[in-house]
Design a protein around this ligand. Structure first.
Ligand code: ZN
Length: 478
């Protein structure tokens, strides 16, 4: 890619975690029978009037403040007209000329440092319903309006990205912030966080952007990367051959790994927006913004800086621990009970994550509490159990509701054997029974020491205090 500069802008649709839809009281629950969550408003019955859900505005302001946007005091809803059965009104209620957030930015990590990507605007809108085309329906199509009128934020970036890697970094950072803010679940596979990309190429030094194509239908970070890379190659081939890129909407075909022209409603770009006469302008008082600003959580970048300063953990550890807000909260709560960041971090990353990932549950659902983990680490620290036994205890803590580690250790008789007389007896028996190996050790075969340690651990089911075993052995054969 030497001859051209790649220019990428992203439009992200982010489904909001409200209980009810944006303009009616219907539930936003996912997975209900078709048309279960509907009413005259979201099915566009004549005369039904939309009423704006205040929570949606709260969430939009949150998103705007977290990305450095200016919050407009008067924003207006518009009708975006298109004729397609997924929205029975014949138009989508969106914001057009006067969106709620303007001129923000997001900093991303790129090779060689931090790059600031501009955010042009964030606006509120309703989602459309879903058309279903069953294979054996004799050409009949069905429509499910459960999703119609579900609230979305559309977040539009400036065309500031110069590679697929930058686009993915931006998307990851944006998703992370929106999930931290608690305004979306960020689930890309279920479509609650989805993105379209505008891509064009221009010769270095050329004054204007090239003609762009819009890419849709990318439902994972990997697919975003692949689709953009494919599209860049496709446009370069056209330009190298002396041709012209056509401005169009293209769909990413995952199976074939290609982008293809899209047919349908999205081709018609002449939407003819006009202000929605049923909805008043959204007027936002200073106090509303101030209240939301005061309630903003610590954002990922700030949290990472604080973790580095406060806990002295490695960048890699911090990355894992701050990937989700709940995980970071769990870590900090556990450190509150057991103020040794490194072991707490290690146990979360090695043991806890292994269990919850296997069960595909979030850390909020984890049966082990921060305090429980801290108590377990205290038992190791006090020498009551070995690290190896602690892993067994941890597994039982995870599996049981009544999971106090001390009780489990006592009940299972898992406590560490630190009784020197008992251990000394064991060591003496072993030494007596293995005189040949003692001789080998004394003749210089140092590995034999490990054999004796291993035997003691085996005889005690891993419960012997390893340090005491080492000392006793050194006394006897060293
Ligand atoms: Zn409704």
């Amino acid at each position: 890619m030497m001859d051209y500069e790649i220019v990428i802008g992203l439009e992200v649709h982010c489904q909001l975690l409200t209980q009810t839809k944006i303009f009616c009281g219907c539930s936003t629950d996912f997975g209900n029978p078709p048309n279960h969550n509907t009413c005259p408003v979201c099915t566009g019955m004549p005369g039904a009037l939309p009423v704006l859900n205040r929570k949606v505005v709260d969430f939009a302001i949150r998103a705007g403040l977290a990305t450095g946007c200016e919050i407009t005091r008067n924003s207006v809803f518009a009708r975006k007209n298109y004729f397609y059965p997924d929205l029975p009104k014949g138009y989508q209620i969106s914001q057009f000329e006067l969106p709620i957030c303007l001129a923000g930015h997001l900093d991303i990590e790129v090779e060689g440092g931090v790059k600031r990507i501009g955010i042009t605007r964030i606006h509120m809108e309703e989602d459309a319903g879903k058309l279903v085309h069953p294979e054996y329906s004799g050409g009949v199509s069905y429509v499910d309006y459960n999703r119609a009128c579900v609230p979305l934020l559309e977040i539009v970036s400036e065309p500031d990205m110069r590679s697929s890697a930058e686009a993915v970094a931006y998307l990851k950072a944006l998703r992370e912030i929106m999930v931290y803010l608690g305004i979306t679940d960020g689930n890309m596979e279920e479509g609650s966080f989805r993105c379209d990309a505008n891509i064009s190429l221009r010769r270095w030094g050329a004054p204007h952007f090239g003609i762009r194509a819009e890419l849709k239908n990318m439902n994972s970070f990997r697919n975003v990367q692949r689709a953009i890379d494919y599209e860049v190659e496709r446009q370069r081939d056209i330009l190298d051959g002396g041709g012209q890129v056509v401005q169009e909407t293209r769909l990413w075909n995952v199976e074939r790994g290609v982008t293809m022209p899209m047919r349908g409603k999205e081709e018609a770009h002449d939407y003819r927006y006009f202000p929605d006469p049923d909805l008043l302008p959204v007027v936002i008082e200073e106090a509303w913004i101030a209240g939301i600003r005061a309630g903003l959580p610590e954002l990922p970048a700030a949290k990472r800086r604080r973790f580095a300063a406060a806990y002295g953990l490695s960048e890699a550890d911090i990355e894992v621990l701050t990937a989700e807000r709940a995980m970071a909260d769990f870590f900090e709560a556990a450190v509150g009970f057991f103020p040794q960041p490194k072991p707490v971090a290690n146990w979360i990353m090695a043991e806890l994550l292994k269990f919850i990932n296997e069960d595909k549950i979030t850390i909020e659902k984890c049966p082990i509490t921060p305090e429980g983990l801290a108590r377990l680490l205290r038992l190791i620290e006090d020498g009551a159990i070995s690290g190896k036994i602690a892993k067994q205890v941890f597994a039982r803590m995870y599996a049981e509701a009544d999971n106090d580690p001390l009780r489990l250790v006592e009940e299972e008789g898992l406590g560490q054997i630190s009784d020197s007389a008992e251990l000394a007896k064991l060591v003496d028996e072993l030494v007596a029974a293995n005189q040949d190996k003692v001789a080998e050790y004394r003749a210089g075969k140092v590995k034999m020491f490990g054999f004796f340690v291993g035997q003691v651990m085996k005889k005690t089911g891993g419960q012997a205090n390893p340090q005491m075993v080492n000392e006793l052995l050194k006394e006897r054969i060293g």
